[in-house]
Design a protein around this ligand. Structure first.
Ligand SMILES: *Cc1c(COP(=O)(O)O)cnc(C)c1O
Length: 360
């Protein structure tokens, strides 16, 4: 058995060194004489680990002191509902900018909880470009503006943070968080499901500006309330202890690798390598406008759909995993998150060139 080059969209590749460390301390973790999965989440050891994970994440993202960091469950999908429940009244307008399928889902979930207004939508060009900021129909009285900085399925990414004035900006960063430095102070709330760039699935990280917690209705069941989770340091009930631990190892790994500035350089180079291969091939194609092409998710098509199955079979045999595109788009998709190395991207590109030569 050897590990393949893993291009899975999520749950996605994890750094091998982190997996080896988890393997080494699986039976006896720290000084606890038990696995991290077998100890109380209210014990000294677990609480110290959890606090360190938060501190490391704060350092990596330079999170200002007036933001709370929550480690919750329910994934990004639960946040589609939890955000309007906490931050908007049912009669209040909320603005959504839709640049892909996850944004569409966020709109649908919020629909019964607030007055959802779609301020811009790139569906007209099949989500291959970002609608210019000047064309967004925003209301300064809205409770918030929600957008998706990286759309995982069609590979469309924002390379700047939109200016939305004083209205809190909310970002679903599930598939781009930690891929480069960001200015957290520009956001009211950032959330990210863990299984792309943070760790295993089962955790969602929420970074929320403290003043917004005053909006959380007292009538909300505690388990849905950001204010309650913040007041109890995300230990309102039993958290995903193993997921939190592994996320903590990932944060340490990121720091050891040079932090997010180093990730930015690596991720840019990986994306450039892959898009150059596609553009120079005369065989593969990516429909996204060049200025909005994702560094994390790279969909591409082959010239004839009947080649898809062959490409998947041969790539798998060559140790290149999980390249099948999302069913909404077809073709292929290579997800190249932080844990995917330049060597893996080089191996993919070499295979793609060879395949095009043989089948072109
Ligand atoms: C994967 C993903 C989600 C869904 O995350 P879950 O944890 O499965 O709920 C939502 N938004 C984006 C941008 C994603 O990439």
């Amino acid at each position: 058995m050897s590990r393949g080059h893993n291009f899975s969209a999520g749950p996605a590749a994890l750094p091998e060194t982190v997996l080896r460390q988890a393997q080494a301390e699986l039976l006896e973790w720290g000084g606890s004489a038990a696995s991290v999965m077998e100890v109380s989440h209210r014990g000294k050891e677990f609480m110290a680990m959890a606090a360190q994970a938060e501190a490391d994440l704060r350092e990596l993202l330079a999170i200002p002191a007036n933001y709370k960091v929550l480690f919750l469950q329910g994934g990004a999908t639960q946040q589609f509902a939890q955000i309007p429940m906490n931050l908007a009244r049912p009669d209040q307008r909320v603005d959504y900018v839709v640049t892909g399928d996850w944004g569409e889902k966020a709109v649908r979930e919020a629909g019964s909880l607030a007055q959802v207004h779609v301020a811009a939508n790139s569906a007209g060009n099949r989500h291959t470009a970002i609608p210019p900021r000047a064309e967004w129909d925003l209301d300064p009285a809205s409770a918030y503006v929600h957008y998706t900085p990286n759309e995982t399925i069609r590979g469309v990414e924002f390379f700047d943070i939109p200016d939305v004035g004083d209205v809190p900006l909310i970002a679903d960063m599930s598939s781009t968080i930690l891929s480069r430095p960001i200015d957290v102070s520009r956001f009211g709330l950032i959330y990210a499901g863990a299984q792309k760039n943070i760790g295993p699935s089962g955790i969602v990280v929420v970074i929320v500006r403290e003043d917004l917690l005053q909006r959380c209705p007292k009538s909300l069941p505690k388990i849905f309330s950001f204010a309650e989770h913040a007041a109890q340091d995300s230990l309102l009930n039993t958290p995903n202890t193993f997921g939190w631990y592994l996320a903590g190892l990932i944060f340490k790994w990121l720091k050891a690798e040079g932090g997010l500035a180093a990730m930015e350089l690596r991720n840019r180079r990986k994306a450039e390598t892959l898009y150059a291969c596609i553009d120079e091939s005369g065989f593969y194609a990516n429909p996204v406008e060049k200025s909005a092409r994702s560094w994390m998710n790279v969909p591409f098509t082959l010239p004839r759909p009947e080649l898809d199955e062959l490409f998947l079979q041969e790539s798998k045999a060559a140790g290149l995993l999980a390249l099948k595109g999302h069913k909404l788009v077809g073709g292929m998709r290579a997800s190249i998150y932080n844990a995917v190395t330049q060597q893996s991207v080089d191996a993919l590109v070499e295979f793609m060139r060879d395949f095009a030569r043989r089948r072109g």
